[in-house]
Design a protein around this ligand. Structure first.
Ligand SMILES: [Mn+2]
Length: 198
């Protein structure tokens, strides 16, 4: 388990390779800057080392350019995909002062956020994957409030009722444990669970 906590966010990450594989074809990235938190999951096409080759582009690009918008980052990642198989990628950026979430995704990585008042935000997935070819992006923005919690997961997690997972858990770590029970054995599984503390 990987984790990150500061004055603004509490975050836990779980990653597991497909049963029988040593190497996960999913990769993730987490970073807390002074005024924002950014995280991402990339699911490389295929599995094992070949999938990893595509997915590892994402943390590399984000490490260098995380100050850019989520769409600028996706375009950079897309450019790096030519000659590789490709990857499904979602990037989330949370700005502490504005209490604003920026989200953009291509492919089957899902994001859910529950506001304190019980309202769910669940942007619909954009079909396809980053392949190096021209890609239309559709950044979405929404607000969060103190206590909002979120889940970002690859398709190796089958979360049957995201809303129930939020409702049935009080703490961020409890939610993390709940989501872990939905990790599948037959695919690489990666998820990031977090809450906004102020
Ligand atoms: Mn997958």
């Amino acid at each position: 388990m990987d984790a990150l906590t500061n004055d603004f966010v509490e975050v836990y990450v779980h990653q597991e390779a497909k049963k029988g594989n040593q190497i996960s074809g999913d990769m993730y990235y987490l970073h807390a800057a002074d005024d924002y938190f950014i995280c991402a999951i990339a699911d490389g096409l295929g599995n094992g080392p070949i999938a990893r080759l595509s997915a590892e582009v994402i943390p590399k690009m984000l490490e260098r350019h995380h100050h850019e918008t989520v769409d600028e980052l996706l375009l950079r990642c897309n450019e790096q995909m030519s000659g590789k198989r490709g990857a499904a990628v979602a990037i989330v950026k949370m700005y502490y002062q504005e209490k604003k979430v920026e989200y953009s995704c291509v492919g089957n990585v899902r994001f859910y956020m529950m506001q304190q008042q019980g309202t769910m935000v669940y942007p619909l997935p954009v079909m396809g994957y980053l392949s190096g070819r021209k890609q239309n992006l559709k950044k979405q923005t929404f607000n969060y409030s103190e206590g909002s919690r979120f889940v970002l997961h690859s398709d190796g997690v089958a979360l049957k009722s995201p809303k129930a997972a939020f409702m049935q858990t009080a703490s961020t770590y409890e939610l993390f444990e709940n989501v872990r029970r939905s990790a599948k054995q037959d695919d690489d599984s990666t998820f990031i669970v977090g809450s906004l503390l102020q």
